[in-house]
Design a protein around this ligand. Structure first.
Ligand code: GLN
Length: 505
């Protein structure tokens, strides 16, 4: 049985029917991780711990105490702290770091226990590679080397959750967690032919998620189908008193609309999306968008129309400004968040130093990579006394306008459709010398984080070199279940998400 092609929705059925055990599934994926090292998708694997969890899952399944996802393996982005597996955020400064506790996401998905009665019972397969501290769009900023794209090893996997994306695309894990501060779930999902969702800000607890830009960071699932993402998101999100931005009512079943028609009244099964208004922002289809990406996203719009949706043109006039706004605000927050890595409390400390200031300086110089340093410098600069008004404050004001523009658009439509990125994956090394070139690739994803809206990436085609193309669906606040419904209905009528990367055995 090729379990790596099996959606977790079916895996759960096979486990419940005792057709396979969690131990067998876990061994299967650990074997694939071992054989698939060339992608550099994982930073830490611990066979013993994974199998220990699988044994617990099997006993829960045997005793009838299993939940929907018990026994299914999952890979975690290395930005979530985990007990037992190293937690480094792909940085040298945290090399070998062992956390004394689990992030809430890890606990929610992990083994139930007295302290964690609601754990979903999923088996942790290990920690996935990423851009250092989630800063990047290509996974080339990892201190542990880039992640290669399973569709073509000469291309980037996307970032910053590139390891999670490659792990699922190469069949090393059935599903994975990611985080998205400015596109880091959606863009690698698009580049690797996966489905991924960044929920509304506050849906998923940030406790134990190594912080990059706290007002933008949000975690979510990356998998093969919208249904799989709905299942994982339902288990990931919960109210968490340890995160002050965690929403009170996050314990939703995000699968609840999947197989329903958009309009519950006057149902026409041939047109399940009748009544849905899809907004196409004209700024998302303007100059800079690759022709084959535009073609595929337009074809997806047509496909939604055939399912009953109506298309309307909308406008998000400040789209271009999302790049300078994000690249002021995110570094500002990062410069503050990363000040904790000073060589005193945890992480790397320089071997030789003269005094405390020298120790700070040397530890940080040695521990951080070039992009992280660049952002700390930008962040401290825009926050400093003389420039605060000109940059940080100004950016905050435009952030507010960007959020308001979305609300104007949502008066005309229920979901917004556009590309995830201006192009498909690029060649390794092609943009890493020029940070601004790299930042421009985030143009369609940043604004949803600035506004705090949910958005997802759904496979919708391939370019002429057989590299995956993703479409982006953006919803209004807390409409995740509806977004997943639209994606699921699209996936019932298309097979882009079922295609396998050619380099994967
Ligand atoms: N590519 C963006 C950046 O470099 C977004 C990263 C993210 O979402 N974590 O910051």
């Amino acid at each position: 049985m090729s379990w790596h092609n099996t959606p977790i929705a079916l895996m759960a059925k096979a486990l419940a029917a005792k057709e396979v055990s969690s131990t067998e599934l876990t061994k299967y994926f650990l074997g694939r991780i071992e054989a698939g090292k060339q992608w550099n998708a994982f930073l830490d694997v611990n066979t013993h711990l994974s199998l220990e969890q699988a044994a617990i899952a099997d006993s829960l399944l045997a005793s009838g105490n299993a939940g929907k996802l018990t026994g299914i393996p999952v890979a975690h982005k290395d930005v979530f702290v985990t007990q037992g597996w190293k937690s480094t955020a792909a940085s040298k400064i945290l090399e070998g770091y062992l956390s004394p506790f689990d992030a809430t996401v890890v606990a929610n998905l992990g083994m139930p226990s007295k302290d964690n009665p609601n754990g979903a019972g999923m088996v942790c397969l290990g920690k996935t590679n990423m851009d250092e501290f989630a800063m990047g769009s290509s996974n080339e900023n990892s201190a542990y080397g880039p992640v290669l794209n399973p569709w073509n090893a000469e291309y980037v996997s996307g970032g910053s959750s590139g390891g999670s994306a490659a792990a699922v695309a190469a069949g090393l894990a059935p599903i994975a967690t990611g985080t998205d501060t400015g596109g880091s779930i959606r863009q690698p999902a698009a580049f690797c032919g996966l489905t991924g969702i960044k929920p509304s800000y506050g849906r998923v607890s940030r406790y134990g998620m190594i912080a990059y830009a706290s007002s933008l960071d949000q975690a979510g699932p990356m998998g093969k189908t919208a249904q799989d993402c709905a299942l994982l998101l339902s288990a990931m999100s919960s109210h968490d008193p340890r995160d002050s931005t965690s929403l009170a009512d996050s314990g939703e079943d995000y699968s609840r609309y999947l197989n329903q028609c958009w309009n519950t009244e006057g149902v026409n099964p041939a047109k399940p999306l009748e009544g849905l208004r899809v907004g196409l922002p004209k700024e998302f289809f303007a100059e800079g968008l690759a022709e084959d990406v535009a073609k595929s996203v337009n074809a997806a719009a047509k496909a939604l129309q055939e399912l009953g949706a109506t298309l309307v043109e909308v406008s998000l006039p400040k789209t271009k400004l999302s790049i300078p706004v994000y690249y002021v605000l995110a570094p500002a927050e990062a410069s503050s968040n990363l000040s904790r890595f000073d060589g005193v409390r945890y992480g790397h400390r320089a071997n030789e130093y003269r005094d405390l200031a020298d120790m700070y300086q040397k530890s940080r110089t040695e521990g951080f990579g070039a992009e992280v340093k660049r952002r700390i410098l930008i962040g401290t600069y825009v926050l400093c006394h003389g420039y605060y008004d000109a940059y940080y404050l100004q950016a905050q004001k435009i952030r507010r306008i960007i959020a308001a523009d979305f609300q104007t658009a949502f008066e005309q439509c229920d979901v917004i459709l556009g590309p995830v990125a201006p192009d498909v994956a690029w060649r390794l090394g092609e943009k890493s010398k020029d940070p601004v070139q790299m930042y421009l690739e985030d143009i369609y994803t940043l604004s949803t984080n600035l506004a705090g809206l949910p958005a997802m990436s759904v496979p919708c085609g391939f370019n002429k070199n057989n590299l995956p193309i993703g479409m982006q669906l953006i919803g209004n606040y807390f409409s995740e279940a509806r977004l997943l419904q639209v994606a699921h209905q699209y996936q019932q009528a298309s097979d882009w998400h079922l295609r396998q990367a050619s380099g994967v055995a």
